[in-house]
Design a protein around this ligand. Structure first.
Ligand code: PMP
Length: 445
């Protein structure tokens, strides 16, 4: 039995019943890594040992942990009203949150559809894209274009437009039909160790013109990309690349969706990466830091023109879509409290202020054993290692484990270590993350 009030955990837990997500379950049982408490920049494991959070949980907790403003808002709301049906009914906080999101989103993206996760946001955006074209009388526009190495969650829509082979291969016969992928933009030949956006590679966007020529614009609904790929290991867009995607999609009446589940809410220094890079898509998918990871919640930010077309299209075509927990009152309360913190503490600006320091710190690792690339923007960094003789991903995982043992949480994706601390991180904590990483890299070597 676990006493939830005091977080006292039984020594006799067998770990037999929980099928963990994204985890090698058997291996985990042999050496469990349990987190039980969190405050500010730190987790504590079940023995009370502090672990510095170098990943904002999973790119979620941008305001740091244990924020009273959020827990009080949640507690207040759950007392006031725990749940309201999402069917033909609303409650004030969801409307207030939609208004707040519209006020920080890129120009024109003023409509908000609420979901419970990034995966649901992606599937919702794909459905909205098809609905929009049907409402406009273009019902042949059903194809989607994603990108190699893209991650868009685990729904069937998301894995279809996603470009990570391992997530797709078991389901190869069940994926959405009519999906193509642009080439990824990782180029370690020409752009290794580039700071910020790589200078070359924008021409990779031209493949979109070839796909349009091949399939016909009249058959393509939308292009979906992460402005910066996070899960595949921090892959930045080359200068001019996103602009080119925007030009080509606009020219052909194809919608452009930016999946900002990771880049949203200040990670790269503006509310959204679209703003940092001056490219406005037609829809943005979001989740994670939307409410600091406190309660599952996601959102799709939608251009007014799409909404208007969907509302004005022929009768019978209006999208019938939603989730039991869309715009959940408690999740919305957590989100409003989180947005207040981001704003009051100017955390997005802080990201920009710290970017140079963070960049120098992680690039100082260059020259350590097996590092073949370092990439960064805002408060996110990726350090890529050559795979070890034991196989792809073994070195990355060993470094992750070594860092955890040394009291710092980083994230391993294959042989790439990603760092994305809460935006409240200070210079000393950045040094601590990088120093631990440096020790771990040497130890694993
Ligand atoms: N899109 C992107 C860009 C993501 O990074 C993620 C999660 N890492 C998702 C979608 C899926 O989000 P969730 O796990 O909340 O379904």
């Amino acid at each position: 039995m676990t006493d939830i009030q005091t977080s006292k955990h039984s020594e006799t837990q067998t770990l037999e019943n929980y099928w963990m997500p994204f985890t090698a379950n058997r291996q985990f049982k042999a050496s469990p890594r349990m987190l039980a408490e969190a405050e500010g920049m730190y987790y504590k494991d079940t023995s009370g040992r502090p672990v510095l959070d170098g990943t904002a949980g999973l790119w979620c907790c941008n305001a740091g942990h244990g924020r009273k403003e959020i827990s009080e808002a949640v507690s207040h709301q759950i007392h006031q009203m725990d749940y309201a049906p999402s069917f033909q009914m609303g409650h004030p906080l969801a409307f207030e949150l939609a208004e707040r999101l519209a006020s920080i989103s890129p120009e024109g993206l003023n409509k908000v559809f609420f979901t419970n996760s990034g995966s649901e946001s992606v599937d919702s955006a794909l459905k909205i894209a098809i609905n929009y074209h049907r409402a406009n009388g273009e019902s042949t526009r059903t194809r989607f274009i994603g990108r190699e190495l893209g991650y868009h969650g685990v729904g069937f829509g998301g894995i279809s437009v996603g470009g990570i082979g391992g997530n797709r291969k078991t389901f190869s016969q069940q994926l959405l039909p009519g999906v193509d992928h642009l080439p990824h933009t990782l180029d370690m030949q020409d752009n290794a160790f580039s700071r910020g956006m790589p200078k070359t590679g924008a021409e990779k966007a031209e493949v979109l013109e070839q796909l349009v020529a091949l399939h016909g614009a009249e058959n393509i609904a939308a292009v979906i990309v992460e402005p910066m790929s996070g899960s595949a290991g921090v892959i930045l867009p080359p200068e001019g690349y996103l602009q080119r995607l925007r030009e080509i999609t606009k020219k052909h009446g194809i919608l452009l969706i930016f999946d900002e589940v990771i880049t949203g809410f200040g990670r790269v220094g503006d509310a959204f990466a679209s703003q940092r890079w001056g490219v406005t898509p037609d829809m943005i998918t979001a989740a994670k830091a939307l409410n600091n990871g406190a309660i599952p919640m996601g959102a799709v930010l939608i251009d007014d023109n799409i909404y208007d077309a969907c509302m004005q299209g022929p009768a019978g075509i209006e999208l019938f879509h939603g989730y039991t927990y869309s715009g959940h009152p408690v999740a919305a309360a957590a989100a409003i409290a989180s947005l207040n913190i981001y704003e009051n503490e100017k955390l997005f600006e802080r990201t920009k202020e710290l970017e140079g320091y963070f960049e120098d710190a992680i690039h100082s690792l260059k020259g350590l054993p097996n590092i073949i690339d370092i990439r960064n923007i805002g408060l996110v960094g990726g350090i890529q290692f050559s795979p070890s003789a034991q196989g792809v991903g073994k070195r990355g995982f060993a470094i992750f484990e070594e860092c955890f043992a040394k009291g710092t949480l980083v994230r391993a994706t294959a042989d790439i270590i990603a760092i994305s601390p809460p935006l409240i991180v200070d210079k000393q904590e950045i040094d601590q993350i990088v120093n631990t990483l440096s020790d771990a890299i040497r130890a694993v070597d």
